[in-house]
Write a protein that binds this ligand. Sequence first.
Ligand code: SF4
Length: 422
Amino acid sequence: MTFHPEILCPFCGLGCGDIGIDQDDSGIAPRPSGCPQADRLFRRPMAVATDARMAGTQVPMDQAVAEAARLLGAARAPLIAGLAADVDGVLAALTLAARIGATVDHERSDALFRNLAVLRRFGWSVTTLAELRNRSDLVLVVGPDPAAAFPRLWERWVAPPPAFVPGGGRSVVFLGGEPLPETVQCLAGQIETRGMETDPQPDLATLVTRLRTALAGRGAAEDPRMAELAARLRAARYAVVVWAAGLFDGPQPDLIVEALVRLVRTVDGTTRCAGLPLSGADNLIGANQACTWRTGFPLRTGFEAGAPFHDPDRFDWRSRLRDADVTLWISAFRPEEPEFSTGGSVIMLAPPETAITAEPALFIPVGTPGIDHAGDVFRADSVVALHAGALIDRGLPSVADVIGRMLVALEQSADAREKAGC
Ligand code: SF4
């Protein structure tokens, strides 16, 4: 048995670097980390099927790659989605998209675009996880508990005493996410305010509007608890407003984000205040960064006109599924079957442990970054690229390897057509 201490976790975007992994001949297993995602996703068997499958029948990798290239090269409206890969995998996918005129989007981009829509309209003042941990003396958590998507957020980034706050005190206020979940137990005495409302609670948009009204100095008599919270925000040395827009319910979640951005701006006028919009599992942020470096646009970009063109509605992968005749679905982090249906063909790049109920046209097993091969992923606050090392060798290619082979096959078939005078 080998023990690997302090392994970087690539899954949710918090970048925990303290996972302990046991390895033996049967595979790897994590020591209990307090994170349900890490405890599940770092458990991988050594013996896995490394062959690709074509309509459920095992085929050599070369044959699968050639068939994938044939399908993608002949596609009228190809879609590259899922896009859950390390940065190299995403860059390879972008090269392929440009080559075949595909649309590119990440499975989890909804959460990202709820924030980006507001950033585009207003700009914003946001901070990092390190600033949250080291400098904030007041944390306002708005909406459902972000730890539902980022399990160790409180333990890793809020429970430790802030290094640069005189006296080391920090308070945490929850707005609109009550009742408080078990995940906040580690904050214990830091939780300053709870029970903003009794059951039933107003919706989140209403609560945020009431807080903004209180910050404007109105309605203190009718809403004394909001007035108290507004005063608390104004009195903080450095308040951080945290939200996970992907967890917001309701028809227009971006309007809640917009109200929060305006709220931050108001408080920031008299003391220090910043937002911390969290979204980023499965390297969503890295995929968006890579798309921006490569094309000048964020995700939801299409290459069908020969040059990159961005449209957050038209190139949302869920919309494009309706028209896509071939979908390349990339999901390197989680051995979980995606939930979507399409009338076109699906080429799936996913870990070999993935349990599939409806076999795609092609299934090509790939390794997971940080387990089967090294790879770079971005932290959820967008500012830090993390390098995850390899743990085991199961003979699985990376997403970048497989797509690189598809690109070679596409070139070869193009050359062959040219020689044949087609
Ligand atoms: S909180 Fe996120 S980064 Fe940390 S161990 Fe869990 S899944 Fe991994």
